[in-house]
Ligand binder design. Structure first.
Ligand SMILES: Nc1nc2c(c(=O)[nH]1)N[C@H]1C(S)=C(S)[C@@H](COP(=O)(O)OP(=O)(O)OC[C@H]3O[C@@H](n4cnc5c(=O)[nH]c(N)nc54)[C@H](O)[C@@H]3O)O[C@H]1N2
Ligand SMILES: Nc1nc2c(c(=O)[nH]1)N[C@H]1C(S)=C(S)[C@@H](COP(=O)(O)OP(=O)(O)OC[C@H]3O[C@@H](n4cnc5c(=O)[nH]c(N)nc54)[C@H](O)[C@@H]3O)O[C@H]1N2
Ligand code: SF4
Ligand SMILES: [Mo]
Length: 707
């Protein structure tokens, strides 16, 4: 009998980056548990990675490449699949130009994978059409930080949780989405008698522990934040002279927030004036306020303004960049910060650089040894614009890696129709079918967590190595290898000479020198032997940097952060007589995103076997909907169905669905929330408004008839 071998790793699901121990026996992962003593999670873990072991040989696991022939996916050899993809990419680029191809990936990928993809697309091919799900998740946080602080640099760390005496949690159901961090917040609340303000249109599990729950009308956070700033200034909680020493824009801000009186904002938000004033006073009196915000902020057409007006509150009250105080930006997927820093969005270049900045382009071109003209100076298409480009014929080929856009993008019918128009759709996944692999011309069999090696950067800027501890099934290849093989087959042999992820890491590391994401002091060896440091970590004997901007100097031209005067505007779609309800979408504890993995685990499926729709009883009863009834939700774009759940946790007028249930596993086509969601985007971050669309409801009577 072989002994279990225990290996250090990091969770591949959410962006907290819990440190895990993976037990391997006879070449199989048999156990996953939290790593005791680690600064992130101290041994704690949630159910998602605990149930990872069944996924290594779950039904539908891809073990070899597949290609579509006569409308069926048939197994092929790697040489054939790679030669086909490289040949088609080259043909399409030659005929229509480099901007006719695009890449779209998930945000749980390793830094090394995105580094290669960026190099292939932005340097070798010469298009900036490189996107990832950070666009649906964190692009508003990223642009919010760039506009307020001057850089996409989350300044705080988890250790601030134990130092704070007030938590402001806006649009983040952390009890469900970030359970390990939530438990840390609850423990700190108990121990330090800290206060909690939760802003959410639903009375969530997170709101249950709040001292003040502002059950806001969806989409109205900018008005609320402006009212809080208004009261803070009016009631003398702001030391204006001191604030002006580290910020710009106080004058403009004061002018605009003058219009956000508590009484007016009570009307806009649906919260009581008294509650808004109490919340402002709680902020004013706090010694150290830590703010959390998430998709209730980011997935909105006012997302960047929501971010900016939240940061205004921290800046006005001096709650910035000292222990326990400041914005704590947690990411959704495991490597959403790493992917931003490696440049996996269409406006970015590696190392926190921008395609629009000529110095940045020159630095990158010099590093890659290419003429600077090769790198386009205009941002590429965002994912929503890639979909539009597929419809118009301007985009002809799309390569998807580790994402399931046919389920996770809004208005899925429109998305599927676009993808079907592509001359070539390549999907690199670990499972088939998914909603997206079903549409693919070529499916590459990639490898998942524990089957490949590379780095993740977690929400608190901590870099960790995740290593291969078991062999992948069949002939599945590491995602890096697939990329470099296609690149070489396209003719870029000199640019892609790699044989291991470590070589890629060492090359990428050089592009971070002197930047906030500096990892010059990091090596695979160091990560194997020590807890990963928080970046920047410029030297091998440097311990890492828990907090940024502690001297209150910011990477903006005058060194001061920006207080930003932002007006509230309504969401893109408003309710009408025909569409009288607002649909909010979000998450469940037992499933992750489009459920391609958690939907294949019995223990997780058993928690919530099917989709459901939460409705306030006062909305449901008058239209004849009772608990458990089959309900159809329709927007201007389509319809989705689920079982009614009546709950007074909703505001009247709002209904809620999760977006986990697609069609690939359950083989039903009408359960996916994104059939109805709105692709309208924030002007600044281009992040879609997944949290708000106008819908109508009806009870479905079985045998296809409806009331
Ligand atoms: N179990 C589990 N954990 C996950 C995931 C998962 O799928 N399952 N996914 C991961 C990913 S990728 C991400 S991005 C995170 C997301 O984590 P969260 O953002 O916490 O999760 P959501 O449920 O999408 O949305 C959060 C809350 O926003 C509220 N909301 C909606 N509209 C508004 C509004 O206008 N204003 C305010 N203030 N609130 C609003 C919703 O009611 C909801 O409770 O979770 C990560 N963790
Ligand atoms: N309506 C609505 N829509 C939403 C949201 C919402 O709140 N509401 N949230 C949005 C957010 S925040 C996000 S982050 C997105 C997520 O959207 P997606 O990224 O599309 O969702 P996932 O289900 O995480 O898809 C990951 C895919 O990668 C595969 N995979 C996993 N690991 C690997 C690997 O190592 N290698 C390879 N090759 N493949 C792998 C999985 O099988 C799966 O098909 O959804 C967005 N969509
Ligand atoms: S809380 Fe997030 S990082 Fe931690 S174990 Fe759960 S999914 Fe993984
Ligand atoms: Mo996300």
């Amino acid at each position: 009998m072989m002994e279990i071998q225990w290996n250090k790793s990091t969770c591949p699901y959410c962006g907290i980056g819990c440190s895990l121990i993976v037990g391997v026996k006879n070449g199989k992962v048999v156990n996953v548990h939290g790593m005791k003593g680690h600064p992130v999670n101290a041994g704690d873990i949630c159910s998602l990675p605990v149930y990872f072991p069944p996924l290594f040989n779950a039904d539908g696991r891809l073990t070899q490449p597949l290609m579509r022939r006569n409308n069926e996916h048939v197994p092929v050899g790697w040489d054939e699949a790679i030669a086909h993809v490289a040949g088609e990419f080259n043909r399409i680029i030659k005929k229509y130009g480099p901007d006719a191809v695009a890449f779209y990936g998930g945000a749980a990928n390793l830094c090394e994978e995105y580094y290669l993809m960026n190099k292939l697309m932005k340097a070798s091919i010469g298009t900036n059409n490189v996107e990832c799900t950070a666009r649906l998740c964190m692009s508003s946080t990223s642009i919010g930080f760039i506009s307020t602080l001057g850089a996409d640099a989350p300044p705080t760390c988890y250790a601030d949780i134990e130092e704070a005496d007030l938590f402001f949690i806006g649009g983040n159901n952390m009890a469900v989405s970030l359970p390990v961090l939530f438990r840390r917040v609850c423990a700190a609340k108990m121990k330090n008698n800290a206060r909690v303000i939760v802003v959410d249109p639903r009375r969530t599990e997170t709101a249950d522990m709040a001292d003040i729950h502002l059950q806001i009308k969806p989409g109205t956070d900018v008005a609320l934040n402006n009212a809080l700033a208004h009261i803070l200034l009016k009631e003398g909680f702001v030391n204006e002279e001191r604030v002006e020493s580290y910020t710009t824009g106080l004058g403009d801000l004061k002018e605009i927030i003058g219009e956000y009186s508590p009484s007016r904002v009570a009307e806009i938000t649906g919260c009581s004036e008294y509650q808004i004033i109490e919340a402002a006073r709680m902020i004013g009196r706090a010694k150290a306020m830590l703010t959390f915000w998430f998709q209730g902020y980011n997935q909105s057409t006012q997302a960047v303004f929501k971010n900016n007006t939240l940061h205004n509150l921290s800046l006005l009250t001096g709650n910035f960049c000292r222990p326990g105080a400041g914005p704590l930006s947690v990411t959704g997927e495991a490597n959403t910060l790493g992917n931003r820093w490696v440049g996996a969005l269409s406006h970015l270049l590696p190392g926190m650089r921008l395609v629009t900045n000529s110095i940045h382009r020159q630095e990158v071109a010099d590093y890659w040894g290419i003429p600077v003209e090769k790198i386009r100076s205009a941002p590429g298409r965002t994912i929503i614009d890639i979909i539009k480009g597929l419809h118009s014929g301007e985009i002809r080929a799309l390569w998807v890696l580790s994402s399931n856009p046919a389920a996770s993008l809004p208005h899925t019918r429109w998305v599927k129709e676009a993808i079907e128009k592509a001359e070539l759709l390549v999907v690199q996944d670990i499972f088939h079918p998914t909603e997206t692999t079903r549409l693919a011309d070529v499916i590459f069999a990639g490898t998942q967590w524990c089957e490949k090696t590379g780095t993740f950067i977690s929400s608190e800027r901590r870099i960790e190595l995740v290593e291969k501890v078991i062999e992948p099934p069949g002939t599945a290849k590491s995602d890096c290898e697939i990329i470099w093989l296609v690149a070489r087959a396209m003719g870029f042999t000199e640019e892609f000479p790699y044989t291991s992820p470590e070589e890629i890491f060492e090359e990428w590391k050089g592009m971070t020198r002197g930047r906030i994401c500096d990892m010059s002091g990091v090596s695979y060896e160091r990560l194997r032997n020590q807890t990963g440091p928080q970046l920047p970590c410029p030297a091998s004997d440097h311990p890492g940097t828990p907090r940024l901007f502690t001297d209150m100097r910011f990477p903006r031209p005058d060194g001061r952060a920006a207080l930003l005067a932002r007006d509230y505007k309504e969401p893109a779609e408003t309710t009408t007589e025909e569409y009288p309800f607002v649909l909010i979408t979000g998450r469940l504890a037992s499933h992750f995103n489009t459920r391609t993995r958690t939907g294949r685990v019995k223990n997780l499926n058993d928690v919530e076997p099917a989709n459901f729709i939460e409705i306030h009883p006062s909305d449901a009863v008058p239209i004849g909907i009772a608990e458990g009834d089959e309900v159809e939700v329709s927007s201007r774009r389509g319809s989705v169905r689920g079982a009614a759940r009546l709950t007074d946790r909703m505001r009247t007028g709002n209904i809620y669905m999760n977006f986990h249930y697609g069609s690939a596993i359950d083989m039903v086509d009408d359960r996916l929330a994104n059939l109805v969601c709105n692709p309208a985007c924030d002007d600044h971050s281009k992040q879609p408004e997944l949290k708000y669309c106008a819908v109508t409801l009806r009870k479905v009577v079985h045998a296809g008839k409806s009331l």
